[in-house]
Ligand binder design. Structure first.
Ligand SMILES: *Cc1c(COP(=O)(O)O)cnc(C)c1O
Length: 493
């Protein structure tokens, strides 16, 4: 029936299009092309054959519908081969896999935010490999709460009375407002109506919880009296939100968490702070402007503080809530908490991470996020010099590599506006374009002859490919060199 339909089509077409259709390469001709033969060595035959059929089929449609201009027999073959290649590469890049982060952004949300410490990895593998006491009290043999594994440590580390951990910080904020302020008013400064990307916007989230947002102050200045004047009989929560991904300078004023907590207490309301990238460690030891810590907010009297597990904390994705016991108990009883439940692997990874924090001694060495932050200029420079010379040794004079100053950043909605001075290797790829090399480096793992190389995510600046040293893990330099050798040695694509 399909064939008949096509006959009718062809009969209706002018002879030029008919002629053109006859120029389409056959599947066998494509499979015999040297480039496809190379692909056949790298991918299962069945996948290559179906990619070939798909390419020819799409080109036939393109010709029939007149979207494809006039191409010679050979041009059509080349086009088919390149489509086969694109299809196979796209498929190979689909699965989640480890990649090398040469961007200098420590908490890159697109690259999975925090690199986990070794102890967390060991814990989650061990717990995942067998059964666990996730909700079993080994002493009594009775059912217990999965929260028990981390609650005590979180309370100890933050100085809070109680803690609850959910899927992520967005869920934590939602749970707090849904439980405590549904049908009531939540007061927030106009300077803190933030959007953190991926559609987390404070006003929208508040609306979804059933709470009513009351905006106070102006974009740049909000005073304590603004909050005080907005309080009505329906007010339930005074909310402070960390400006995670931007900062305000100039004629600005905002209310400290201590002042807000005191006002809430004096009026019988709940004070809450969304700290975003809340951290537990004092970062001033890295010469960084003091970052708000969770302990600070709790000691200033905030009733509930929420923050992410995979931002500055340096652990798995999680939303951590710490604060007053009676409030946390109410949160735990909300049926919606089940929808945002944290899983056993995350609990295992988080518990191991928190143990590191309890023993501050080896913290920086053990926690990748902090060790990356702690790298000094001389350390970065030494590694950059080494990487540059390795690259030069391996690209056979096909490009040039130099050490440059390059600023990285924390990323992931932490420390906005703070640049981390660092070092990078800038690679100028001879006559090839830097963007082309950047793309090939991302695809190197799926492209013969790269085979099982790791994809490399690098930046481009002034037609140079830039590899930041700060976010490279041990061994990554060797992988970059291998990938670059393949990309520069392979056929120009
Ligand atoms: C990052 C962030 C969130 C969302 O946290 P997730 O863990 O990504 O859900 C919420 N609020 C602020 C202020 C943030 O910085």
């Amino acid at each position: 029936m399909v064939a008949l339909g096509r006959e009718v089509w062809i009969a209706d077409m002018n002879s030029e299009r008919k002629q053109h259709l006859r120029e389409l390469p056959s599947a066998n001709l494509c499979l015999d092309h040297p480039e496809v033969r190379a692909l056949l060595r790298a991918y299962p035959r069945q996948r290559v054959v179906s990619a070939v059929r798909m390419a020819i089929g799409q080109m036939r449609i393109g010709l029939l519908q007149g979207q494809l201009g006039w191409l010679s027999r050979n041009e059509l073959l080349v086009l088919a081969v390149s489509q086969v290649r694109t299809t196979l590469l796209g498929q190979a890049c689909e699965g989640i896999q480890r990649v090398i982060n040469a961007t200098g952004i420590i908490l890159h949300t697109n690259l999975g935010r925090a690199v986990l410490p070794e102890v967390s990895l060991e814990a989650l593998v061990s717990v995942g490999r067998g059964y666990s006491n996730l909700e079993l009290d080994l002493t009594t043999g009775k059912r217990s709460s999965r929260q028990a594994h981390v609650e005590g440590m979180l309370a100890k580390l933050t100085g809070a009375e109680a803690a609850l951990v959910v899927n992520n910080n967005a869920a934590a904020v939602f749970l707090c407002l849904h439980t405590l302020a549904n049908g009531k008013e939540v007061v927030v400064s106009r300077g803190e109506q933030i959007e953190i990307g991926d559609s987390f916007r404070i006003p929208d989230v508040i609306r979804q919880t059933g709470a009513k947002l009351v905006e106070v102050g102006t974009t740049n200045r909000t005073y304590l009296s603004d909050y005080a004047n907005a309080i009505t009989a329906s007010t339930m929560v005074l909310l402070k939100v960390q400006r995670s991904n931007f900062h305000m300078v100039g004629f600005v004023a905002s209310v400290s968490c201590g002042e807000l907590a005191a006002l809430a207490r004096s009026r019988g309301l709940i004070s809450m702070e969304d700290l975003g990238s809340g951290n537990l460690a004092d970062l001033s030891r890295f010469g960084l402007r003091a970052q708000p810590t969770v302990n600070h907010s709790i000691s200033e009297g905030i009733d509930l503080v929420t923050f992410s597990g995979d931002k500055l904390l340096g652990g798995p994705q999680a939303g951590i809530i710490v604060g007053r016991r009676h409030l946390v108990q109410r949160l735990a009883k909300n049926p919606i908490v089940r929808i945002m439940r944290i899983d056993k692997l995350t609990i295992a990874a988080l518990e191991a991470l928190l143990e590191l924090y309890l023993d501050d001694e080896g913290l920086v060495e053990a926690l990748p996020v902090l060790s990356m932050l702690a790298l000094t200029q001389p350390e970065l420079e030494a590694r950059a010099v080494q990487l540059a010379s390795l690259i030069l040794d391996n690209v056979n004079g096909k490009g040039n590599a130099a050490v440059i100053d390059a600023e990285g950043e924390m990323g992931g909605g932490a420390m906005p506006g703070i640049k981390l001075p660092g070092k990078a290797v800038a690679f100028r790829p001879g006559h090839r374009s830097a963007h082309q090399i950047q793309t090939s480096l991302r695809l190197v793992g799926s492209q013969p002859p790269g085979g099982c190389l790791l994809p490399v995510v690098a930046l481009v600046d002034a037609d140079q490919v830039v590899f930041h040293l700060r976010t490279l893990l041990p061994g990554d330099e060797a992988e970059i060199v291998k990938a670059l050798a393949v990309v520069m040695g392979g056929p120009s694509t």
